[in-house]
Design a protein around this ligand. Sequence first.
Ligand SMILES: Cc1ncc(C[n+]2csc(CCOP(=O)(O)OP(=O)(O)O)c2C)c(N)n1
Ligand SMILES: [Mg+2]
Length: 367
Amino acid sequence: MKLEVIRVIDDDGKVIHPEREPRLTGDAHRKVLHALIRIRMVDERMLRLQRQGRLGFYVSTTGEEATHIGAAAALRVSDWFYSAYREVGAALYRGYALRTFMCQLFGNAEDPVKGRQMPVHHSVRDLNFVTVASPVATQIPHAVGTAWAAKLQRKDDVAVAFFGDGGTSTPIFHTSCLFAGVFKVPAIIVCRNNGWAISVPRSVQTVTPTFAQKAIAYGLPGVLVDGNDVLAMIHTVAEAAARGRRGEGATLIEARTYRRGAHSSSDDPSVYRDADEPREWETRDPIDRYRKYLTHKGELTADVEARWRHEITEEITDAIRYAESVPPKPPLRTMFEDVYAEVPWHLEEQFHELEEHLRRHGAKSGH
Ligand SMILES: Cc1ncc(C[n+]2csc(CCOP(=O)(O)OP(=O)(O)O)c2C)c(N)n1
Ligand SMILES: [Mg+2]
């Protein structure tokens, strides 16, 4: 079976499908481009910070930004965003503050998740951006369940789940699609196919030519989209959201893109991947394509982008300085909080024992 790859612009930013072109204002377009550039620049700085030994771990999304920024631009903030570790740009797009983002990476006293998660596992409750999931694909049933809840409550919210090509090899991907189909829930199930699952290439992840076609078995529409075309992402996710809100159920989307960088700051792809492969994908860069489109349209000039880049550099420097100035660890007591609404007596006792222990052995305890 052959699926068309949904595109709006070509690699030179020329519109090839005007009927799919999202009708955005100039400001809305600039907001999307700014978000793409911002997450690219944040990734570059964070990787350098990690190499300098100032940050323990980082995951970048270089080359894949349009997948989740496009989705964020197509949805409302009231829609639920469930992601893996490569879609944090969606939280930034929704307004997650860069200083808070940095505090999470440092696990310091102002980290909203109180040092209980690895860096990059952001959780932004007021923006409906649910805790980043690292166990592969666990976020898919969560999103489907949330979508089901919206349906039962007769709300017109949708829930989107982002995961990688590797996620499709898990049982929960299949059960989630099956459930979403049977219960007709307003979920948008997005496989961000970036060609690799750490060192496992897409060719051994599945024998079907696309991931999108798996939708047929679950009675869902399956859409294949160019994940490096942000306008195609906006178009596809907006259509899926409209279906969900009309009560027509879930959509499975395969967004084709490519992981240009390492899996994470702990990975070295040179031992398993030909160095020419990422270079080929640089010619399909989502930012370059969109910049050309906006320039042709007369919505962008080089000085505007230069100003943004200057401002973003300053903003990142400020966020790093801020995070490095905050006490490096969350208060000890936070270890005993949040499981119960009120800390019960036995945990209270353990906290006091720990305090006593630290009084005696503080210098050795490292806190
Ligand atoms: C259940 C589970 N198994 C294994 C791992 C280790 N692991 C972390 S990321 C990853 C690969 C994920 O690849 P993919 O889904 O394609 O996402 P990508 O990293 O390419 O964005 C694996 C196997 C894990 N985190 N969780
Ligand atoms: Mg992958």
